[in-house]
Design a protein around this ligand. Structure first.
Ligand code: GAR
Length: 191
């Protein structure tokens, strides 16, 4: 299976996913390209160091078929959103039905929806005095953070935890679980 990684920022998950499968010499899953909506995202530097091509597209390009054409050129079978902050347009959802998954840094349905991304999520978790947080990996549909949940993992949030400390715990869960969940999900995709 050929999987495209979409990322908007640092790209630490994208890097972790690629190195996870490289370290295992996986032959049944490939990550031939990274797609971003930000030219200045650090994910491009990570991609360069990994030797993986990365591309930047405008919001309009995601909607007008430019991104879709690139994905078709690379014969992409599925898409993993790894810190990707644009809404996936209907045209891509139609082209990849049930073939797009996202990771969200909280226990959905809590702390999801528009504006809930990255540090905003962890700040909201702390402000709400939550006693736990975690990760949710879910199928992507036309609503932010509302597709079928595939996997969740939890971590405790202590009363003394800062948003940064919660973020560190959540990132650790992401690095530990996301590649394995992707591996299982990709096995279920048919050509
Ligand atoms: C990750 O924590 C991911 O769960 C989150 O953005 C971070 C990206 O980190 N995604 C969202 O908030 C989506 N709503 P990374 O760029 O270092 O992988």
């Amino acid at each position: 299976m050929k999987i495209a990684l979409f990322a908007s920022g640092s790209g630490s998950n994208a890097e972790n996913i690629i190195t996870h499968f490289r370290d295992r010499n996986a032959t049944d899953i490939e990550f031939p390209l990274i797609v971003s909506n930000r030219a200045d995202a650090f994910v491009h530097e990570r991609a360069r160091q990994l030797g993986v091509p990365s591309f930047t597209f405008s919001k309009a390009d995601f909607e007008n078929g430019a991104v879709l054409r690139l994905l078709q050129q690379y014969a992409i079978d599925g898409i993993v959103l790894a810190g990707f902050l644009l809404k996936v347009p209907a045209s891509l959802l139609q082209a990849f039905p049930d073939r797009i998954i996202n990771i969200h840094p909280a226990l959905l349905p809590k702390f999801g929806g528009k504006g809930m991304y990255g540090s905003h999520v962890h700040e909201a978790v702390v402000a709400n005095h939550e006693t736990e947080s975690g990760i949710t990996i879910h199928a992507v549909n036309e609503h932010y953070d509302e597709g079928t949940i595939i996997f969740q993992a939890r971590c405790p949030v202590l009363p003394t935890d800062s948003a940064d400390e919660v973020a560190a715990k959540v990132h650790a869960l992401e690095y530990r679980h996301f590649p394995e969940v992707i591996g299982r999900w990709a096995k279920g995709l048919t050509k």
